[in-house]
Design a protein around this ligand. Sequence first.
Ligand SMILES: Cc1cc2nc3c(=O)[nH]c(=O)nc-3n(C[C@H](O)[C@H](O)[C@H](O)COP(=O)(O)OP(=O)(O)OC[C@H]3O[C@@H](n4cnc5c(N)ncnc54)[C@H](O)[C@@H]3O)c2cc1C
Ligand code: SF4
Ligand code: SF4
Ligand code: SF4
Length: 383
Amino acid sequence: MICLFKDKSECCGCSACAAVCPHNAIAMKADTNGFLYPEINGDLCVECGLCQKVCAFKNGYQAFDYQKKVYAAKNKSTAARKGSSSGGAFPLIAEKFIENGGVVFGAAFDSELKLRHIAAHTKQELAPIYKSKYLQSDLGDTFKEIKELLDSGKPCLFSGTGCQVQGLREFLRKDYPNLFTVDIVCHGVANPKIFEDYKKMMSERFSSKIKSIDFRAKKIYGQTQDMQVVFENSKSYCEFPDIDVYKILYSNNLSIRSSCFECKFANTDRTGDITLGDFWASRAIGGFDDKKGVSLVMINSEKGEKLFSQINSRLSEVEVELEKALQPNLKAPTKKPDAYECFQCEYADKGFEYVCKKYARRSLKYKAMRRAKTTVKRLLKRK
Ligand SMILES: Cc1cc2nc3c(=O)[nH]c(=O)nc-3n(C[C@H](O)[C@H](O)[C@H](O)COP(=O)(O)OP(=O)(O)OC[C@H]3O[C@@H](n4cnc5c(N)ncnc54)[C@H](O)[C@@H]3O)c2cc1C
Ligand code: SF4
Ligand code: SF4
Ligand code: SF4
């Protein structure tokens, strides 16, 4: 019997194995936390071993042979920057790709606020792909859909986490001149079940169905990491990342997939033609950082260079040395917190409310101080 992984930390859920199986013997099934893992149907499997061959998480992968270029970049449109997570580099790349007759694939919420990869054929269809969503996206049949389009000669741009991009490459098993890829610097994806619990808690609290969620609302006091939830009854919630429970559990790495602590893509051997992230090293770029979001753009291949050359007139950019642009997840995977296993057991046994109280509660005093500090900072800035 074929074994794809012994421990869950050995599988990132990229779905390459399921997509490649010629006998459709693998289905991606949700575990009790909602994370997808491949499950082999022994009746259909002929033990050809192809699924094991395409597992980059186990076998490693070939990095691009290219002299990387690294930039700090800002979309010249402030509105576009507001509508994206960092400097708005992705919207420019995606729009240009559509203008050139291509199809763009990326992570978007559906009407039930489940995160899935979708295809955008027009600029209007791009909007839901923009902005970071801090949980794992379901790839569904995206890889197969992309292969069909590529075979028909259509240019395709796939964007996703490093493991998803490499999963697509492994599944395709050859280089297509009409395939372009963008991977994001990634510190981990959160537990989809916790996201469902969070949505339920918020719906109950505001007595309404949720209309939209923004993990990176650039709203309160010009910050970029606030959590914003808008409800169908027109109420809305916007909270600091160190007060919102979902954000606290995510940023403390308690809710992320166990394989993310073993991530094989947390380095500078990027899997996408272009890598995007937040530009963290403000000091390296001085006054260029206006606190409205700056993208880290890494050009990793000739295709990446070609894409970038088509958009750089709509960006302000500064070239920087790779060493100066490094941040933790470009050097090593996220470190597993000591409380991780305990958190998982308590979440399974006692539920969401219990772990929120134990691991993410902030006192009224903390909240008041946080708000006061930010108001003072804002007033000082205005002077
Ligand atoms: C789970 C996650 C963790 C991240 N961790 C870091 C980090 O540690 N350091 C860092 O510098 N940057 C991180 N980022 C990337 C960063 O937040 C921005 O997405 C990136 O800088 C691009 O921003 P943008 O302004 O150019 O465009 P945006 O419009 O914000 O770009 C959105 C892009 O992200 C993709 N995307 C969004 N959510 C997901 C998802 N859940 N799964 C797969 N693809 C997704 C979309 O397909 C699209 O390509 C992370 C993003 C995600 C989704
Ligand atoms: S060994 Fe072959 S047939 Fe069996 S699950 Fe893997 S790819 Fe499918
Ligand atoms: S190919 Fe991807 S989904 Fe399949 S076992 Fe490997 S990591 Fe998991
Ligand atoms: S941290 Fe690594 S393994 Fe986890 S989702 Fe991101 S790229 Fe994939």
